[in-house]
Design a protein around this ligand. Sequence first.
Ligand code: NAP
Length: 278
Amino acid sequence: MTDHYAVFGQPISHSKSPRIHQFFAAQTGQDLSYTAKEVAPGQFGDSVRAFFDEGGKGLNCTVPLKELAFAFADQTTARAQRAKAVNTLALQNDGSVLGDNTDGCGLVTDLTVNHALTLAGTRILILGAGGAGRGIIGPLLDQAPKKLVIANRTVEKAVDLAKEFDNPIVNGCGFADLKGQEFAIILNATSTSLSGQLPPLPEGVLAGQGVCYDLAYGNQPTAFVRWGWANNAVKSLDGLGMLVEQAAEAFFIWRGVRPQTQTLIEQLNTERGILIVS
Ligand code: NAP
């Protein structure tokens, strides 16, 4: 019997998730369908209930629904609680709905497995204190970096977010406060790349042999990927690998089978005709 899955979000027409999950299903021999549905925040509860009442087994939730999904879930995992956001809902055997967050784990897998980077002992800078920034902090801390600084346009949000983690290696600040500091890894979790902009970064903030990673991705190198190239990053990457890896983790939660991601990442990179692997 075919099991049904979907991604809800607004907008959603651009979503690569149906393609990714159908690829994983074919690869692992799982009988499932996966569709994308535009759902406005005001329709979220009714749409999710209807989906599960009609036999749906699992959902991904994307912008702007992740906080609503967190509130909807009957139980949430520790990583969803740290993120205060859910991107994966899974129907349990007892009829309850489990909420998890696979975004941070997807990023860390892309960095450490696909790109063979070591995060332990490094100084990491996160640009942005929105939903994505919040979701990646816990999984990054699990990698034991030396320092994790969150810089945000609205400084108070970065400071408050850092405080939530109550860890001496985590600090929040504004972009101007980064002057004179150096980081081995800079992660752009702002939405600036979506409009071709950049956060205002002081010169010298990327250490020699440093790595840049934009959580955003597109069919062209993002503004931040280009900033990394211009600032001699040893690697300047975008979030396509994170997207595939967070999906693989969701697939594992739903189906108990871990798909291979490498072939799909290569295929998606070939299709967009640009190489953002170094
Ligand atoms: P969000 O919650 O709306 O947060 C947006 C962040 O960007 C905030 O920190 C905001 O600062 C900052 N920002 C917006 N415009 C800015 C500007 N002009 N200058 C400086 N900072 C600016 O968005 P999100 O959900 O965290 O998503 C952030 C990015 O991550 C998006 O590009 C999204 O596509 C990407 N993402 C990728 C994946 C993946 O799988 N690859 C997964 C999740 C998210 P203020 O607080 O000051 O407003």
